[in-house]
Write a protein that binds this ligand. Structure first.
Ligand code: ME8
Length: 540
């Protein structure tokens, strides 16, 4: 029986792993996921939406599994980039930040992002904790005063070595703008001291940096040698004051990386959230900021004697003509477009396209054709299956899911195997951050179920009273397949999957993913009436 297969699956997966072992397939564990904190120097765009929707999907998946989940996002408000943009707009960096932060928060509300906290680096809770962090680095003897002379990429807020500067023809790899020469007194952090330990850690923990190709890039760069890091600026005022030397403010990346622990109360009287959630399970970032997260951040954590993040995932870029779409390049898909598509197709369709368009680690280009194709897939595969199931169960069985017959055909077993295998496949895809797979796996199940409709021809079976039992089995399995596909899509398409499950008559609210998969719609359950889950949109 189908339910036995699903229950066996569940029992196996619960028995294999002792409770609270911390393994990712144990329900009830803790899970902490972050996005980068974004610069509020210009409005959010597709790139920010991409990372944040990805983190939201992962967070929803873990919450649904019953994990005690904490999802952090926020804004990185100090540094030169903010000062320069504010000056261009004849305003102050703090005023600019307030305005743009409000826009980020509005967008996250529109996209129904379920973050648990939004940290701003200008908040006192952050500033005080960062100063405490730097005091601890100082106390460990890891900070000394010196002078920096070298190149700086102002758009990326990044120091660039002489060799890199030459290789990059003295231009930013991201914006193409000229690098700037800096010469000033600065405090250094003894990064070099930690490099062998970081290298050994990355080598010993293949899961730490994903995808694999990015991990190899970091390792090769580490092997070329790494100098100590300049962590203060005496020519800038907009930042967190260096403890013990008010003439300096902290380098923006030291300030920014700390957000992942200051938001949890690290270094303050109430660090209970820190104790509960650190080390973080997943830092989701774009590939251009991997070095900071893979090298500077671990070095700081080693110095603070704290455990390292469990995983850094550096995803690809949305590009345009091969270049990163960015606010400063003005080549991005902005919120106007995303909002327009949200209004016509629903934000779940945008979410689906973004995460389904390419494997998570690779670069990708926005195309309207690609968006329409992804939407058509939702209409023709998922929406169509649900509609067919509801129509047929209503028409042929008075809206009640029939009891399947005891005799089975091979095609039934194949569909059954796909249904009962979905939970484990999804779990593995979520654990490996293969978000494209997380979008596609449930839809592939729906595709297989549509093929099953074509092969079993329930509309013909309905005409022959001798086939009544066969029709029962077919309708039962189809209801189960559409239910499982929709449950599997709850983290990815939260609104549409829920609406579909409501049409199917499933009681979903408050139930964990394990429970939903293990105790699906049963024979005898009453389905609702169908109306298109993804109404077709007239395109000009
Ligand atoms: O780097 N494609 O902030 P930021 C994909 N404040 N993702 C993109 C993207 C694109 N074209 N453009 C932006 C910073 N992103 C620092 C981070 S963290 C401690 C400090 C996403 O506003 C992606 O996640 O420039 C990228 O890493 C991030 O936005 C950069 O945002």
């Amino acid at each position: 029986m189908t339910s036995n297969v699903a229950l066996d699956e569940l029992a196996r997966f619960l028995n294999d792993v002792p409770m609270n072992s911390g393994s990712s397939d144990t329900p009830g564990r803790r899970f902490y996921v972050t996005t980068p904190i974004y610069y509020p120097n210009a409005e959010p765009h597709i790139g920010h939406c991409y990372t944040t929707l990805a983190a939201d999907t992962v967070a929803r998946y873990h919450r649904l599994k019953g994990d005690d989940t904490f999802f952090l996002t926020g804004t990185d408000e100090h540094g030169l980039k903010m000062v320069k943009t504010a000056a261009d707009q004849m305003t102050e960096p703090g005023i600019l930040a307030d305005k743009v932060v409000a826009e980020f928060q509005k967008v996250w509300a529109e996209l129904d992002i379920t973050h648990d906290d939004f940290i701003r680096t200008t908040q006192p809770r952050h500033k005080l904790a960062v100063q405490e962090i730097v005091r601890r680095l100082q106390a460990n003897g890891d900070i000394y005063l010196g002078a920096y002379e070298g190149w700086y990429d102002e758009g990326q807020e990044e120091f660039v070595t002489e060799t890199e500067a030459k290789d990059r023809e003295f231009k930013s790899v991201v914006s193409g703008r000229p690098l700037v020469r800096y010469k000033e007194p600065t405090y250094f952090f003894k990064l070099g001291k930690y490099v062998p330990r970081i290298q050994a850690y990355i080598e010993a923990n293949p899961e730490f940096i994903q995808p694999e190709s990015r991990r190899n890039e970091v390792l090769s760069k580490l092997k070329m040698g790494v100098a100590d890091l300049s962590i203060s600026r005496s020519t800038l005022r907009w930042g967190i004051e260096m403890p013990g030397d008010p003439a300096h403010v902290l380098y923006v990346w030291i300030d920014a990386l700390s957000n992942y622990i200051t938001a949890l109360g690290y270094g303050t009287a109430d660090d209970s959230r820190f104790k509960k959630y650190w080390p973080v399970d997943l830092h989701l970032i774009g590939k251009e900021i991997l070095w900071f997260h893979a090298v500077y951040w671990p070095a700081m954590l080693f110095s603070l004697d704290l455990p390292l993040p469990k995983k850094l995932y550096a995803h690809g870029w949305w590009t345009s003509d091969g270049r990163k779409m960015s606010k400063s390049m003005g080549n991005f898909v902005g919120m106007d477009k995303i909002r327009a598509l949200g209004a016509t197709h629903g934000y779940d369709a945008v979410r689906y396209y973004l995460l389904r368009a390419a494997p998570f680690g690779t670069d990708l280009d926005w195309t309207d054709e690609g968006f329409n194709k992804a939407f058509d897939e939702l209409v023709n595969v998922l929406g169509n299956l649900l509609n067919r199931v509801l129509n047929m169960v209503n028409k042929y069985r008075g809206g009640v899911i029939p009891q399947p017959a005891t005799t089975r055909e091979k095609i039934d077993d194949d569909l059954e195997t796909a249904i009962s295998g979905l939970a484990a496949k999804l779990q593995s895809a979520y654990d490996r951050c293969e978000l494209q797979q997380c979008a596609m796996l449930p839809v592939e199940l729906a595709r297989q179920a549509n093929g099953y409709v074509e092969a079993t021809r329930p509309f013909s079976l309905a005409k022959d009273p001798a086939q009544a039992e066969r029709l029962d089995t077919v309708l039962y399995l189809l209801a189960r397949a559409s239910y499982h596909a929709l449950v599997g899509l709850l983290p990815m398409l939260p609104a549409k999957a829920m609406a579909g499950l409501e049409q199917l008559g499933g009681n979903v609210s408050g139930r964990s993913l394990q429970d939903l998969f293990a105790n699906p719609l049963a024979a005898g359950a009453k389905v609702g009436t169908g109306h298109p889950l993804f109404p077709r949109v007239e395109t000009k």
